[in-house]
Design a protein around this ligand. Structure first.
Ligand code: UDP
Ligand code: MG
Length: 137
């Protein structure tokens, strides 16, 4: 059993895709163990994406991620990290496999609808960034 952190990004919430994203995970055999909607400040977004602080897209990404509400969730199941990443598709929707969330809904490499932890190490930073142990069922 494994846990991962997923986010429906501001573009996904704006396009009314919260339910569709959750449905993809549930259809993939995963369960939602925690979920809430919130809005990040620019500083919150910078903290969440601190691993990307040297990347050229850091400023733009953190502005985008703080421009509107997001839905954050803990997704649980066997191989949850890889299963969520598979459901998401590649970062750039142009490269994302057909039938993935990003291939179906994302408009460009930045506005790509969904986030998922990329490793156990990332998940162990990202889950407690948003949730206390009492909030995970
Ligand atoms: N991103 C971007 N330009 C890039 C690469 C990434 O705007 O060239 C954004 C995009 O929203 C991506 C996020 O930064 O989802 C984090 O990048 P990462 O490489 O971790 O991609 P992910 O793990 O989300 O597929
Ligand atoms: Mg990533």
């Amino acid at each position: 059993m494994e846990r991962t952190l997923s986010i429906v990004k501001p573009d996904g919430v704006g396009k009314n895709l919260i339910g569709k994203v959750i449905k993809r995970f549930e259809k993939n055999g995963l369960r939602i163990a925690a979920l809430k909607m919130l809005k990040l400040s620019k500083d919150d977004a910078k903290g969440f994406y601190i691993v990307h602080k040297e990347r050229p897209f850091y400023e733009s990404l953190t502005s985008f991620m703080s421009e509107g509400p997001i839905v954050v969730m803990v997704v649980e199941g066997e191989n949850a990290i890889n299963k969520v990443r598979e459901s998401m598709g590649a970062t750039n929707p142009k490269d994302a496999a057909p039938g993935t969330i990003r291939a179906d809904f994302a408009s460009d490499i930045e506005h790509n609808i969904v986030h998922g932890s990329d490793s156990k190490e990332s998940a162990s930073y990202e889950i407690p960034f948003f949730f206390s142990s009492l909030e995970i069922q």
